[in-house]
Design a protein around this ligand. Structure first.
Ligand code: ADP
Length: 474
C-alpha cells in the first residue's frame, strides 16, 4: 500500500473509497477506489465534497455545513459521480485529530458489496452442489461396478471348482485375483467418497480383540509365506480381551498397513504390536504399530503420504500398483476414532506406521489405570533401526551369513516358481534377489543380469544355467 501525499494514511490501494477534504469542502486527497467509483479522471482532488455528497454537506459563505452524523458509520448515504448519476454507500466521516479543520471520509459501495457477497454465496452453493453431484456419481458408479465384478467372481469360482486342466485353472485363478483386486479398489473409492462427503458413520460393537488380530494375521499369512518373510505379532497384556469399537474399520486400517508393509518388503521381517496407551474411565486408547524392513520412504516424501492419491513416485505405482487412497482413508478413519496416525521411515531401511484409536473397554475392572504409555513414547521417538532390529542390517549387507541364507532361500523359491511356470511370481523373487545382492562382486552382478533376462523371457533352460552358476558363488 502506498501513502498519500501528506503521509497520513496507507490507503492508496484500499478497496473502499477514501477522501480527505477541508473546512471549505475542497478535496485534497482521493484514493484510486474513489477516483474509479466516482468516475473522475484523476481530477477528484480539487473538486468539492458537496459535489459528491450534496445531501450531506452544503456550503454557507464558503464554509462547510454538515448535514449528516460525523464520527459514526452511516448506511445509505447517496454518493454522486462526476456525471451526476448516483449510488448508495455506507460511509464514515470523521474529523482529523492531527490536522484540525480537515475531514476524512471512508465509503463503500453497498450495492456492489451486496452483489459480490451474493455472488460468493451463489458460487459456494454451486461448488457444494457440484461436489455433491460428483460424490453421488462416484458412489453410484462404484456401487454399480461391484455387481458385475461380483458376478464374474462368483462364476469364476464355480468354474475353478470344476476345472481339471491346470493351465485353465491358472487362468481362472488369475481372473479371480483380478476381481478381488478390483473389489478392493471399489471399496476404497466408496469409502473415500463417503468420508469426503462427511457421510461416513462408525459402527461400534463389542468384539474380541485377540480374535480380530488373529483374523487380520490370517488374512496375510499366504503373502508372508509366499515372500518368505518373518512375521511377529505382540499384544500387550494390558489390552482388554473385549472392547467396544468399530471392529471392521480397525481391521481395515490394519489390513491396509500390513499389506503395504508386505508389498514393500522383499526380505526380512514385518511386525505388528498392540498396546494400551491411555485410559480415561472406561475409555481406552489403543496404539498399533506396524514395522517393516522394506524399501522405506524418503524424508521429503513422508509428509505427503497421507494425502489422497499420493504415491511416493510414479515408478512405485507402476511396479507395485495401488491407488494412493489407502493411507488417506486410514488417516480419516483413525481421526474419526479420535486417534492419530504416524510414520517413521528411512529409505532402504524400512518403515514404522502407527496409529491410535479410542475405544470402550468391556473389562470388569475399568478402574485399572495401568497402561503402556511409556512404551508408546519410546516408540514414537525411537529410531527405525531400533524398531526393526539389528539383524536387518546384516540381511541387507551382501556376504553376511543372513544375507547369503536369504539369497539361497529366494533362489530356491524362484526355481520352484519357474518349474511351476509361474513366471509372474518368479519375477517377484528375482527382484528380491536383486535387492539382496546389491554390493555383490561384479561377476555375481553379471550372472544375475543373465538370470533376470532369462526370467523375463520365460526361458527355463537359461534360468537353470544361471541358477547353477550362481549357486557355485554362494
Ligand atoms: P496404495 O494403495 O497406492 O498402496 P497407500 O495410500 O496405501 O496407497 O500408500 C501410498 C504410498 O505410500 C505407496 O504407494 C507407497 O509409495 C508408500 N508406502 C506406504 N506404505 C509403505 C511402506 N510400508 N513402505 C514403503 N512405502 C510405503
Amino acid at each position: 500500500m502506498g501513502l498519500n501525499e501528506s503521509g497520513l494514511f496507507p490507503v492508496k490501494d484500499a478497496l473502499e473509497m477514501v477522501l480527505i477534504f477541508d473546512g471549505a469542502g475542497e478535496i485534497s486527497y482521493a484514493n484510486d477506489a474513489a477516483e474509479k467509483e466516482l468516475e473522475y479522471d484523476g481530477d477528484l482532488c480539487g473538486s468539492n465534497i458537496c459535489d459528491v455528497f450534496p445531501n450531506e454537506f452544503r456550503l454557507e459563505e464558503g464554509s462547510l455545513v454538515e448535514e449528516c452524523p460525523i464520527g459514526y458509520e452511516v448506511q445509505n448515504l447517496v454518493a454522486y459521480r462526476k456525471n451526476f448519476t448516483c449510488f448508495p454507500v455506507k460511509a464514515r466521516i470523521i474529523r482529523s485529530e492531527t490536522h484540525p479543520g480537515m475531514y476524512v471520509c471512508m465509503a463503500d459501495d453497498t450495492v456492489e458489496k451486496e452483489y459480490l457477497s451474493r455472488e460468493i454465496i451463489q458460487a459456494k452453493q454451486e461448488a457444494q452442489e457440484a461436489q455433491k453431484v460428483k460424490t453421488e456419481f462416484v458412489a453410484n458408479v462404484t456401487h454399480e461396478l461391484r455387481t458385475p465384478v461380483n458376478g464374474v467372481l462368483g462364476n469364476v469360482r464355480e468354474l475353478m471348482g470344476e476345472e481339471k486342466d491346470p493351465r485353465k485353472s491358472k487362468f481362472l485363478w488369475t481372473i479371480s485375483r483380478c476381481c478381488e483386486d478390483m473389489n478392493k479398489i471399489i471399496d476404497n473409492i466408496l469409502d473415500f467418497s463417503k468420508l469426503e462427503a462427511g457421510k461416513f458413520t462408525l459402527e461400534p460393537r463389542k468384539f474380541n480383540t485377540r480374535e480380530m488380530l488373529d483374523y487380520v494375521k490370517a488374512n496375510h499369512a499366504s503373502k508372508i509365506t509366499e515372500k518368505g518373510l518373518e512375521f511377529f505379532m505382540t499384544v500387550s497384556p494390558q489390552v482388554p480381551e473385549y472392547i467396544i469399537g468399530d471392529e471392521l474399520r480397525i481391521e481395515q486400517i490394519l489390513n491396509n498397513l500390513l499389506s503395504n508393509a508386505l508389498k514393500f518388503t522383499a526380505a526380512g521381517k514385518v511386525s505388528l504390536e498392540v498396546l494400551k496407551t491411555a485410559q480415561v474411565k472406561d475409555k481406552i486408547e489403543l496404539f498399533f504399530i506396524v514395522v517393516d524392513s522394506g524399501i522405506g520412504i524418503d524424508k521429503g516424501e513422508k509428509d505427503k503420504l497421507f494425502e489422497s492419491f499420493s504415491q511416493v513416485d510414479a515408478s512405485i505405482s507402476r511396479k507395485y500398483g495401488g491407488t494412493g487412497l489407502g493411507l488417506n482413508i486410514c488417516k480419516q478413519l483413525v481421526e474419526l476414532m479420535g486417534g492419530r496416525v504416524g510414520v517413521e521411515s528411512e529409505k532402504g531401511k524400512g518403515s514404522a506406521f502407527s496409529f491410535s484409536v479410542w475405544v470402550e473397554s468391556c473389562e470388569e475392572n475399568t478402574s485399572s489405570s495401568q497402561t503402556d504409555a511409556l512404551k508408546k513414547a519410546v516408540y514414537t521417538s525411537a529410531s527405525l533401526t531400533a524398531l526393526a532390529g539389528d539383524g536387518q542390517e546384516n540381511l541387507k549387507q551382501y556376504g553376511t551369513e543372513e544375507n547369503q541364507e536369504a539369497l539361497k532361500r529366494n533362489l530356491s523359491k524362484l526355481i520352484l516358481c519357474v518349474e511351476m511356470e509361474n513366471w509372474e511370481k518368479a519375477e517377484m523373487f528375482m527382484e528380491t534377489i536383486r535387492q539382496l545382492a546389491e554390493g555383490a562382486p561384479r561377476e555375481v552382478g553379471r550372472i544375475l543380469l543373465r538370470l533376470k533376462m532369462a526370467v523375463q523371457k520365460e526361458n527355463y533352460d537359461k534360468v537353470a544355467a544361471s541358477y547353477e552358476e550362481l549357486k557355485a558363488f554362494l
